[in-house]
Design a binder for this molecule. Structure first.
Ligand code: HEM
Length: 454
């Protein structure tokens, strides 16, 4: 019944992304990258791209294959193009990794060509994945609120890869790139587009959609939501375009860039206000574990913004590493893990029970997981990241590595919980659990604007 609305390759994206997330954490804990090596060390760059391309980008693309049809109220999901995209991105990432490792001296220097070639394959994979999403977004004009963040985020993904490719080429064939500032201005544009444009805006849009759905809060965000979108997405797009114009030598007043950047920060601040408003207006009082833990990710995001503002005001560049760590592990990965904890059981439940829905009693989605068992792992995860950030700020590298080990262990246990949800029996089967009946409404992760079935 629901098979045509389940994105077939989303789960494979999630599995690959989670595996790469674990590998990246192992490398950090083992001292093969930052914080033991410098941030700019080639081995760190290799691990950074395992996290940014391998973990977060694959996680987001996998989720978007499922959610763009939902947030645009379109029928049908991406077909084989999603698999082609996944394979190309993974193969391209492998090339990029080889290129970075050749810079680190762990592979012959001639392998450096694999860096721009791998980046080109990543670009091809992203194009294959984004085309069906872009088509759906295009057919849904005017775009729904959450979809607007996603559309801008996807545009920034291409900007990120373009800037990355220029730098990759500058490493591999410096004679081809006549842009002496490729590694300074180019990196700035790459980071702004990747971390803020692609990751932050997309996560904001997806969080609006998922949190209103899971807490049963009003989806219509009114003038405050419009201000969040206009200031954060509009401000960031203007800042990026002005920065690229300045990098190309156009006379752009620094005050103008400062003004658009401040508008972006104001937009993000209003997002936090709106999130508090959303939680207050929710109709579901008892929060499930995924929504409760999303709050911890939002707190990490808010602290990250405060830390970033402090870094800019104080000019203390030493904060960059702990700040990036908090942003990637606390906000993006924390939000990702907590939402996987809902999405994986939900899609599994649909695959298993979708065909008998309404015909016979079925378990609840939440019966596929055991919140009591798994809550400590989420606490260990966020506790580890909080401790790691503090140790990083204090410059206590050994303790920071111990904190990384603790969130690596937590991630492993959360991955195990997802595996059990996928492969195991429902917790409903265990003694002492109430038996659930037939759900009253279709699942909201597939049918737009419907109340959740649990
Ligand atoms: C979603 C996509 C991507 C994101 C979010 C991303 C993010 C990042 C980040 C955070 C850094 C800084 C790392 C550090 O200083 O330790 C970085 C550096 C770099 N990225 Fe990417 N990246 C992405 C894709 C790519 C692609 C496709 C390429 C193409 C080859 C690429 C090439 C590079 C290069 C060459 C550097 C090093 C620049 C330097 O040190 O001067 N990136 N990237």
């Amino acid at each position: 019944m629901f098979s045509s609305t389940i994105s077939r390759w989303t789960m494979l994206h999630f599995a690959a992304a989670t595996a790469l997330f674990l590998v990246a954490q192992v490398a950090m804990a083992a001292g093969a990258a930052y914080p033991v090596l410098p941030l700019s060390a080639p081995a760190t760059l290799a691990v950074v791209h395992l996290l940014t391309v391998g973990w977060i980008t694959l996680l987001m693309l996998g989720a978007l294959h499922q959610f763009v049809p939902v947030i645009t109220a379109q029928t049908g999901v991406a077909g084989i193009s999603a698999l082609v995209s996944l394979i190309a991105i993974l193969a391209g990432l492998a090339g990029m990794e080889a290129g970075f490792l050749s810079l680190a001296g762990q592979l012959p220097l001639s392998v450096i060509l694999a860096l721009p070639l791998g980046g080109t394959l990543v670009l091809a994979g992203v194009i294959a994945g984004v085309i069906p999403l872009a088509k759906m977004l295009w057919q849904t004009r005017p775009l729904p609120f959450a979809a607007r963040f996603v559309a801008v985020g996807l545009a920034f993904l291409f900007a990120t890869i373009a800037a990355g490719l220029v730098m990759g080429l500058a490493f591999a064939r410096p004679d081809w790139i006549s842009w002496p500032e490729a590694f300074s201005r180019g990196l700035q544009l790459h980071l702004m587009a990747g971390l803020l444009g692609w990751f932050m805006l997309t996560a904001m849009g997806v969080s609006y959609r998922l949190l209103t759905m899971f807490t049963l809060a009003p989806e219509e965000r009114g003038p405050l939501g419009t201000a969040v979108l206009g200031l954060s997405a509009g401000g960031l797009a203007a800042t990026w375009l002005l920065s690229i114009a300045a990098a190309a030598g156009a006379p752009v007043a620094p005050a103008l860039i400062a003004a658009t950047a401040s508008a972006t920060v104001l937009g993000v601040a209003l997002y936090f206000v709106d999130m508090v408003r959303l939680y207050r207006a929710r109709r579901r009082n008892k929060l499930e574990l995924n929504t409760g833990m999303a709050r911890a990710a939002l707190v990490a995001f808010a602290l990250g913004v405060l830390l970033a503002v402090w870094m800019l005001v104080s000019g203390n560049d030493a904060l960059v590493g702990p700040l990036a760590y908090l942003f990637v592990f606390g906000w993006l990965s924390g939000l990702g893990l907590s939402q996987l904890y809902k999405i994986v059981p939900f899609l599994t439940w649909l695959e298993r029970y979708g065909s008998v829905l309404g015909k016979q009693p079925v378990p609840r989605v939440q019966d596929l997981v055991d919140e009591e068992r798994d809550e400590p792992w989420f606490i260990l995860y966020f506790g580890g990241v909080a401790a790691g950030t503090v140790f990083g700020l204090m410059g206590w590298q050994h303790l920071w590595r111990i904190a990384i080990i603790s969130h690596l262990v937590a991630s492993l246990l959360i991955a195990r919980a997802l595996w059990i949800a996928r492969r195991g029996t429902t917790s409903q089967a265990r003694p002492g659990r109430p038996v659930s009946g037939t759900p009253a409404a279709p699942p909201s992760l597939l049918a737009p604007n419907l109340v959740s079935s649990e």
